[in-house]
Design a protein around this ligand. Structure first.
Ligand SMILES: Nc1ncnc2c1ncn2[C@@H]1O[C@H](COP(=O)(O)OP(=O)(O)O)[C@@H](O)[C@H]1O
Ligand SMILES: O=c1[nH]cc([C@@H]2O[C@H](COP(=O)(O)O)[C@@H](O)[C@H]2O)c(=O)[nH]1
Length: 308
C-alpha cells in the first residue's frame, strides 16, 4: 500500500498572545497588542503541515464549549482532517502568554486538562490512519500512557515517528519510551536533550555531542536540537550540522519550534535529504517568528521557498 501524509497525536489550545509594546514591567499593566489564535503544539504542527500541502490528520481532544467548536472549525478550515478529534468533558485547552517588546516570552499559563483526557482508546481509534500514513508526529504534551500507545501503534504498523518532547519535565517522563519503541526523530531544545539522555542526578553530565550520541545508541536516527535565535543542530548517521536561523525582525516567537518541525517533515516527505529539510525548517520558523500568530495564516510552500 502507498503510504501518504502524517498523523499527529497532540494538544489543541486556544492561544492568547499579549505582546507588550514597551519593555514589560512585572506587577503593573503594560500597553500592548493582543492576538487570539489557534494553538497547541500538535495542532500547530498539523496546521503548518496542511498549509505547506502535506495531507494531515489530527488526533486530539477539545472541550464541548464554544471555544472547542471554534478551534475545530478553524483547524478544519486550514486543511487539517479533524475527524479523529474528540469533544471531551473539560474546558478546551488554553495558553495565555505575555511576550515582551522584543518578541521573547515573559510568562505564560496553560490549561491542558482536555488534552490529558486523550487516552489509549483515542489512539486505538486512529489505527487505520496510522497504518496508511508515511509519518506519525507525537506531541509530548500528551499523557505518558497516550504517548506510549501512539508509539506502540506506529511500531506495529512500521510507521516512522517524530517525538517532540516539549518541556524538561515531560522529557524526563518520556525518556524511557525511547527504549521501548522505535523513534526515528526527536526534536528537543538543549535542556530537553539533557533531560532525555542524562540522569537528573548525574554529578558530571556528558557534553552535548555525547548526549546526542547516546540517543543514537538507543536507536534514534535523527536528533534535531532547537536553539532559538542560534538556529539548530541536526545529527544524523551522516554527522552533525549546524543550521543558522534566518535573520528576521522578531514579532512573536511563539510556535516557531512547531513550524520548524512541520516544515522539516513536509520537506522529508517531499523527498528532501535531512540537511535540506532542516534548512527548509529554519525558513518556515523564521516566517513564524516574523509574524504575530502561532501559525502563519499565509504560510505556503512558495513563501518558505522565497526565503531559501
Ligand atoms: N529570535 C529568533 N530569531 C530568529 N529565529 C528564531 C528566533 N527564535 C526562534 N527562531 C527560529 O525558530 C526555531 C525554533 O525556535 P526555538 O525557540 O528553538 O523553539 P520553540 O519555539 O519550540 O521554543 C529556531 O531554530 C530558529 O530557526
Ligand atoms: O504547556 C503547554 N504550553 C504551551 C503549549 C502550546 O505551545 C505553543 C507554543 O509553542 P512554542 O513553545 O514552540 O512557542 C502554543 O501554541 C501553546 O498552545 C502547549 O501545548 N502546552
Amino acid at each position: 500500500m502507498d503510504r501518504r501524509g502524517v498523523v499527529v497525536f497532540g494538544g489543541a489550545n486556544l492561544d492568547v498572545l499579549a505582546r507588550s509594546t514597551t519593555r514589560a514591567v512585572a506587577g503593573t499593566s503594560n500597553p500592548g497588542r493582543v492576538v487570539r489564535t489557534p494553538g497547541g503544539v500538535g495542532r500547530n504542527v498539523a496546521e503548518n503541515l496542511a498549509r505547506l500541502g502535506t495531507p494531515v490528520r489530527l488526533v486530539a481532544a477539545v472541550g464541548q464549549d464554544d471555544g472547542g467548536a471554534r478551534l475545530l472549525e478553524q483547524t478544519r478550515a486550514a486543511g487539517v482532517d479533524v475527524d479523529l478529534v474528540r469533544r471531551v468533558g473539560a474546558a478546551t485547552g488554553s495558553y495565555t502568554a505575555v511576550v515582551d517588546s522584543d518578541g521573547e516570552l515573559v510568562v505564560a499559563v496553560s490549561d491542558m486538562r482536555a488534552t490529558e483526557l486523550l487516552g489509549p482508546a483515542d489512539v486505538a481509534a486512529a489505527e487505520t490512519a496510522v497504518a496508511g500514513a508515511a509519518l506519525v508526529v507525537v506531541d509530548g504534551n500528551l499523557t505518558a500512557a497516550a504517548v506510549d500507545a501512539a508509539l506502540g501503534l506506529a511500531a506495529r504498523h512500521g510507521t516512522a515517528v517524530v517525538l517532540e518532547p516539549v518541556s524538561v519535565p515531560k522529557a524526563r517522563v518520556l525518556a524511557p519510551v525511547l527504549d521501548r519503541w522505535p523513534v526515528r526523530t526527536v526534536t528537543p531544545n538543549i535542556a530537553e536533550l539533557a533531560a532525555l539522555s542524562v540522569p537528573e542526578d548525574d554529578p558530571d553530565p556528558p557534553g552535548l555531542e555525547e548526549q546526542v550520541a547516546s540517543l543514537h545508541a538507543r536507536g534514534v536516527e535523527q536528533v534535531w536540537v532547537r536553539m532559538g535565535p542560534e538556529g539548530s543542530l541536526l545529527s544524523t548517521p551522516d554527522g552533525l550540522t549546524h543550521h543558522a536561523s534566518v535573520d528576521v525582525e522578531v514579532v512573536d516567537a511563539t510556535g516557531a519550534g512547531d513550524a520548524l518541525l512541520a516544515a522539516y517533515c513536509h520537506a522529508l516527505l517531499a523527498g528532501a535529504a535531512p540537511e535540506e529539510a532542516a534548512a527548509y525548517g529554519q525558513a518556515a520558523a523564521a516566517l513564524t517568528v516574523a509574524g504575530p500568530h502561532t501559525v502563519r495564516p499565509d504560510l505556503s510552500d512558495a513563501l518558505v521557498r522565497s526565503l531559501l
